[in-house]
Design a binder for this molecule. Structure first.
Ligand code: SAM
Length: 384
């Protein structure tokens, strides 16, 4: 493919990314792969170059661009030459996406800790973090194997360059490491898992945190719950690879409480890794900025309140509830945690037990700019 033809391919994919952001469709990565499934003429260099163009355009623009052309035009105007299969030359008044990091409507909602000086880190490419599976190996052993630096905050973490291909490594296939951002590892650490405990991971998804908990406390009973069957199904092969035993439980919305009734007052720890805006993970999913709307944010906030209220009755007296969101918005983090305490007088705030990130309200905030992790708010509550 010529450089201009690659630009045209990127435009077509960006049109799909914009539509998917509006309609809650497939992520950009999946759209890039699907595009090339039917275009066998494109070689691996073409695919890589087009993917790079697509993601550069997504990172470039905070607001949803008017079209794929508008998204790409400011980046490679020289390729809009109308040659061969390339994009036609632009007209003078054609829309062009403006450079930006935080969408205008989201900026005032960011935690006051995330000043403009930190914004560039929100969309810069993230390193590749691994978690050593300490049930089977030592971090130092994996650091030597990968030639990786130990991650600075998590005792299980390793840090590799963003383009490292760790999941093709035999240590990954053998379950000795998992790909997991250091901030996510800290959430599992905040649960302080201990053998013999019952730990409920209420919003387990594909089990990233549940796997970390299982590695740290191999004799704990870990129950991974979620309302999304497809996500929960992804946990089984990961647990098998890691040699972990994790119970899974599919909850039926809106009757989740029925599916949890037998766990009432049983858990030493309940982790609520709640659905959220994902504003702390824009560096991995920059299109997340195009997907969020005020209405979606309202719905997420309501869901966070709901899962916190489902979690509270499961905690044993003296047990803990850990609340986490990969968000930098105060409404989803510190404000949500404060609202939980005002609804549940049987809980008191408790420090997460690690001197990481910065204090925000009753919890701590980790940010890409300050901590070099994804952005997370983490709070811990203890049942009286
Ligand atoms: C942030 S993700 C969890 C990520 C996961 N803990 C991990 O480490 O990979 C939030 C999850 O909450 C789930 N969820 C949404 N509503 C829920 C509900 N009412 N009860 C339980 N889980 C829910 C979503 O399906 C999603 O998988």
């Amino acid at each position: 493919m010529t450089p201009s033809a690659r630009a045209q391919a990127a435009i077509e994919i960006l049109d799909q990314v914009i539509a998917a952001a509006r309609d809650d469709g497939s992520p950009a990565d999946a759209l890039v792969s699907a595009y090339f499934k039917t275009r066998r003429y494109a070689g691996s260099k073409d695919r890589r170059a087009v993917r790079e163009l697509v993601f550069r355009a997504i990172r470039h623009s905070a607001e949803v661009p008017a079209s794929g052309r508008a998204a790409l035009l400011p980046l490679v105007p020289e390729l809009f030459d109308g040659e061969g299969h390339g994009p036609t030359a632009p007209t003078p008044d054609e829309p062009r996406a403006e450079a930006g990091i935080v969408p205008g409507w989201i900026a005032p909602l960011l935690s006051p800790l995330v000043g403009e000086g930190e914004w560039p880190a929100l969309t810069e490419r993230a390193p590749l973090d691994l978690r050593a599976n300490i049930a089977r190996t030592a971090r130092d052993e994996m650091a030597a194997h990968f030639g990786a630096e130990p991650a600075p905050l998590s005792p299980w973490g390793l840090r590799l360059p963003s383009d490292a291909a760790a999941s093709a490594d035999e240590a990954f296939a053998d379950g000795l490491v998992e790909v997991q951002d250091e901030g996510s590892q800290l959430i599992a650490l905040a649960c302080a898992p201990v053998d013999g405990q019952t730990i409920v991971d209420l919003c387990a998804g594909a089990g990233g945190k549940a796997l970390a908990l299982a590695a740290a406390a191999t004799e704990a009973r870990i129950i991974a719950c979620d309302t999304n069957l497809a996500r929960l199904r992804n946990l089984a092969p990961r647990a098998e690879r890691a040699g972990a035993t994790i119970e899974t439980r599919l909850l039926d919305m809106p009757r989740e409480a029925e599916g949890l009734a037998d766990l009432e007052g049983q858990a030493e720890c309940v982790l609520v890794d709640a659905p959220c805006s994902g504003s702390g993970t824009w560096r991995r999913n920059p299109e997340g900025r195009w997907r969020l709307t005020p209405e979606r944010l309202d719905r997420l906030e309501e869901l966070q309140r709901r899962v916190l209220d489902l979690a509270a009755p499961l905690v044993k007296p003296g047990g803990t509830l850990v609340y986490a969101v990969c968000s930098l918005l105060a409404r989803e983090g510190a404000d949500q945690a404060a609202a939980f305490l005002s609804r549940h007088s049987g809980f008191v705030p408790k420090d997460i037990g690690m001197d990481v990130g910065r204090l925000e309200g009753v919890g701590r905030l980790l940010t890409p700019g300050h901590d070099r992790t994804d952005g997370f708010f983490i709070a811990r509550f203890q049942a009286r």
